[in-house]
Design a protein around this ligand. Sequence first.
Ligand code: AMP
Ligand code: MN
Ligand code: MN
Length: 330
Amino acid sequence: MKKIIEKLKQKHRFLVVSHTHPDGDAVGALLAMGLALKAMGKDVQLYNESVIPAVYRFLPSMAVIQQKVTPESTFDVAIVLDCGDIERVGTLAQTIGQMPLVINIDHHVTNTRFGHMQLIDVDACATSEIIFRLLKALPVQIDQTIATAIYTGILTDTGSFRFSNTNRSAFAICAEMIDNGVDAYAVAQRVYGTYSLGRIKLLNLALDSLEISSNGRLSMMTLTQRMLRETRTQAEDIDGIINYARRIQDVRVAALIHELCLNGGVSRGRRHFHVSLRSDGSVDVAAIAARFGGGGHAGASGFTIESTLTELKAQLMALADTFDGVCAQS
Ligand code: AMP
Ligand code: MN
Ligand code: MN
């Protein structure tokens, strides 16, 4: 941390980036880090490949996040946030990975330790928690804008203080952010309180798709591109739906299969899918996702796969019989 702080003080031109299809932590950590460096007088570009989901567009100053890296610009440092591996930043992964100094700040157990410097804390409830600690050691004021970003990152990554990563710091930091001007009710209303009608219809289709393994330990939901079209929703509207499958009594692992729209060049019924996994704490789903080339946390993970839907469902269902042997790390 000390060495990273030195670099942040010394260097001038920064690219700050977080993972594609950002969640609240990826947006919050990106804004907090980027705005803090700007406040220090640095030349900073905040970048995310994806359009920021509608529920996070209320965040003050979120308009500074760009979907493109200005081609002529050069950077001394790339700060990569909330990414277990460099590929999570998207199509610019190679370019960013080759920048003169790559700083990897994250809290995923499956982090590959990419980059020249790493600040990885798997016990942090969110990357936003690590950014908060960094900011405390930098000559910057955590104003209302930065506080709202950090608060939103922690609120969403802990599932509103309900997931197993909820720790003492989650409450302590959020309390401090409220002292710095965050309106907790306003954030909750923006993030959770206002769903489009399409999103509710999509939830209905997801609940209708629910399948349970014969031993009752695995629940599975499926969302196809057709369902997204029918309900006029987008991938970002799927966020949180998996929690309904996770809540079911006796279920240890919930899986949500989401058909991706990049299906060009794939033949004979094979399509691209993203699979989200959540566990009740008794199964390490980061290890399961890693076997499929993905990653995440012991309690929440994901991976992307090319398969037929029938094959994929069978593979996931087969996992239910193995749960006794897989123990959670935390
Ligand atoms: P999701 O599947 O998008 O709900 O994500 C759950 C967790 O798994 C998050 O912490 C993600 O960062 C992580 N994750 C999701 N997909 C991948 C992937 N393809 N590779 C590595 N980690 C992932
Ligand atoms: Mn994330
Ligand atoms: Mn995170």
